[in-house]
Design a protein around this ligand. Structure first.
Ligand code: NAI
Length: 251
């Protein structure tokens, strides 16, 4: 793998799971990394400290992508700390519920629920990309969004979550149009990933997801991070695509 010395990356939702694994992989390949986390999430500064102790150039980028002001400020400060921006990973996301909401439970899908989901999972990536567009163009960089198989043909945690991720897959194509020819924009669509989020699922739900998966295991955050870094740094003629990374779960 080519080293990424001199390159920079901002990863949102990087206090845990896929985002943290992505920040770690960028850092391991030599990139300078801004690790975004929710302002009150102690896991963010802890991860930054750990990675810095390992000799990596990692900066904390606290901010809430669901808040317009906070998101814009966070991206601006991250770019200032990094000095330039080559890669933006819009990974922060939320199901906004612990247990899945079945399609028939329409009354549980309140306007407030929709607003949380859309502002985090769909508007968040748009806000961060808008704030980073000029720096990304100057660097001839790339964006990768974390979508989900729930944005394609799988049910996901709720229909609002599925709609937010379907919207993100569509947004990926339009942002690819908007930022070409300088910047490539792609997405990954993970299947069942073993993270803090899915760890709380009932054992039967996890087992059923593994059984459905052709490769007979859950994806790890590192599996998804590898695809994200590939799309950002290595796939130099790929844009406007969504790469499904699910071990055959959604086939
Ligand atoms: P996770 O819960 O470990 O990571 C999500 C991260 O986003 C957390 O660190 C959380 O604090 C952060 N976050 C949430 N709202 C935020 C906000 N408004 N501003 C900044 N940060 C915020 O779970 P995971 O799985 O690593 O999730 C990462 C992405 O992967 C999400 O976009 C999720 O929708 C997506 N995904 C996860 C799957 C899974 O099976 N775990 C499957 C498909 C997609």
């Amino acid at each position: 793998m080519e080293r990424l010395d001199g390159k920079t990356a901002l990863v949102t939702g990087a206090a845990s799971g896929i985002g943290l694994a992505t920040a770690e992989l960028f850092a391991a390949r030599g990139a300078k990394v801004a690790l975004n986390h929710l302002p009150n999430d102690k896991r963010g500064p802890t991860a930054v400290e750990r990675l810095r102790a390992q000799g990596h150039a990692v900066f904390a980028a606290p901010g809430d992508v669901a808040s317009p002001d906070s998101a814009e400020k966070m991206v601006g400060e991250a770019i200032a700390a990094l000095g330039r921006l080559d890669f933006l990973v819009n990974n922060a996301g939320t199901p906004a519920t612990m247990a899945p909401i079945s399609p028939s439970e329409l009354d549980r899908l309140t306007d407030e629920f929709w607003a949380t989901i859309l502002s985090t999972n769909l508007l968040g990536p748009f806000r961060c990309t808008r704030a980073a567009a000029s720096a990304l163009k100057s660097a001839h960089g790339a964006v990768c969004n974390t979508a989900s198989v729930a944005g394609r043909n799988m049910p996901g945690s709720s229909m609002a979550y599925g709609a937010s991720k379907a919207g993100l897959i569509n947004l990926t194509k339009n942002l690819a149009r908007a930022l070409a020819p300088q910047v490539r924009v792609n997405a990954v669509a993970p299947g069942f990933v073993d993270t803090d989020w899915t760890r709380q699922w009932p054992a039967e739900r996890k087992q059923a997801s593994i059984e459905r998966t052709l490769l007979k295991r859950a994806c790890t955050p590192a599996d998804i991070a590898a695809a994200i870094v590939f799309l950002c740094a290595d796939a130099t003629m790929v844009t406007a695509q969504t790469l499904v990374v699910d071990g055959g779960y959604s086939l």
